[in-house]
Design a protein around this ligand. Structure first.
Ligand code: AMP
Ligand code: TRP
Length: 339
């Protein structure tokens, strides 16, 4: 990467439902770590992305505040990090338009998340859902962000972000946008559903039993883990033994990520034990980690005006970085700025 880009972290989460354990382990927990390591961190609740699929307005507002509360409860300090909702910084949507003219239809057609979300009825999907990865590239590049922590499911979108940056730089003969590094690390880059170890845990899964929500209380967490689908075999000695056991592997990975340990270490401790032993220990650990977060979320929810103030302050600071980069983009593209 060209040295002129100073390290800057950007990432986003959609307020399209309540946040899950997948969001926490795959994203939020690592957002906090990067902040605590002293990096410049910008975190965004991507409401413009959420409306690519219909959202009830009052719910969208509530879920945006709830997501902000989750960030703060998980350890994001709105003074050290910039925390805001996307629509308050119009530079994202403005740069996305320019990127719509850089990205190729053929590239968008390869996006697997669009195919998954649009399903069989792609003709009826919104145009926004199709263009969504171009907006995501703009989210990142309007800050010249260099590092983007995400879960595994976002890898393809980050490759597209690099393609867009490279094509823009090439087409205009500049070295203006950085080639962003995806940061996809740890045991929980893809937390799976508790009901089916072959599909991702998701806030939009119709079954609430499939996921642990950050707002679940201790009883709900314990009950969901107790009922999680597993197989009758005991836990194996090595990771190899989990190869064809997606549900068992998922629970081991969740345990490892919650405990900040390697999955192999977890197996070393539990090898030979059945789920009758492992599940209660996992539930205990999950409750210990998540209870303080959900309690803090509840406390923050009592003061929505304070959350809105934090988001507004974050948006002001984000805007101060994004606006000059957008203006330089306009200059490169050949647009007159005369006011
Ligand atoms: P989303 O909820 O789709 O906006 O995702 C926000 C962030 O959480 C992204 O970085 C995702 O990759 C990550 N994420 C969402 N679900 C999971 C999951 N089941 N496992 C790991 N990471 C996830
Ligand atoms: N597309 C991401 C998701 O659904 C959310 C997102 C939007 C994002 N813009 C981003 C993530 C920029 C990282 C960087 O999970």
């Amino acid at each position: 990467m060209a040295p002129k880009f100073t390290p800057r972290v950007f990432s986003g989460i959609q307020p399209s439902g309540g946040l899950t354990l997948g969001n926490y382990l795959g994203a939020l927990k690592r957002f906090v770590r990067m902040q605590d390591e002293g990096m410049e961190t910008i975190y965004c609740i991507v409401d413009l992305h959420a409306i690519t699929v219909w959202q009830e307005p009052a719910k969208l507002r509530a879920q945006t505040r709830e997501a902000a509360a989750a960030f703060i409860a998980a350890g994001i300090d709105p003074k050290r990090s910039i925390l805001f909702n996307q629509s308050q910084v119009p530079a994202h949507a403005e740069l996305a338009w320019i990127f719509n003219c850089v990205a190729r239809v053929g590239w968008m057609n390869r996006m697997t998340q669009f195919k998954d979300k649009a399903g069989r009825n792609a003709e009826n999907a919104s145009l926004g859902l199709y263009a969504y990865p171009s907006l995501m590239a703009a989210d990142i590049l309007v800050y010249h962000a260099t590092h983007v922590p995400v879960g595994e499911d976002q890898k393809q979108h980050l490759e597209l972000t690099r393609d867009i940056a490279a094509k823009f730089n090439h087409d205009y003969g500049v070295e203006f946008f950085p080639l962003t590094e995806p940061v996809i690390e740890g045991a929980a880059t893809r937390v799976m559903s508790l009901r089916d170890g072959t599909v991702k845990m998701s806030k939009s899964d119709p079954s609430d039993q499939s996921r642990i929500n950050l707002t679940d209380d201790a009883d709900a967490i314990a009950q969901k883990i107790r009922k999680a689908r597993t197989d009758p075999a005991p836990l194996p000695e090595t990771l190899d033994g989990l190869k064809d056991r997606p549900e068992a592997r998922n629970l081991v990975n969740i345990y490892a990520a919650l405990a900040d340990r390697a999955p192999a270490e977890v197996l070393a401790e539990f090898a030979g034990q059945g789920f009758g032993v492992f599940k209660p220990r996992l539930a205990e650990l999950a409750v210990a980690v998540l209870s303080p977060i959900s309690a803090e979320m509840k406390r923050l929810a009592a003061d929505p005006a304070e959350i809105d103030r934090i988001l507004g302050d974050g948006a002001n600071r984000a805007e101060a970085i994004a606006r000059p980069i957008l203006e330089r983009t306009h200059d490169i593209v050949g647009m007159i700025r005369s006011r």
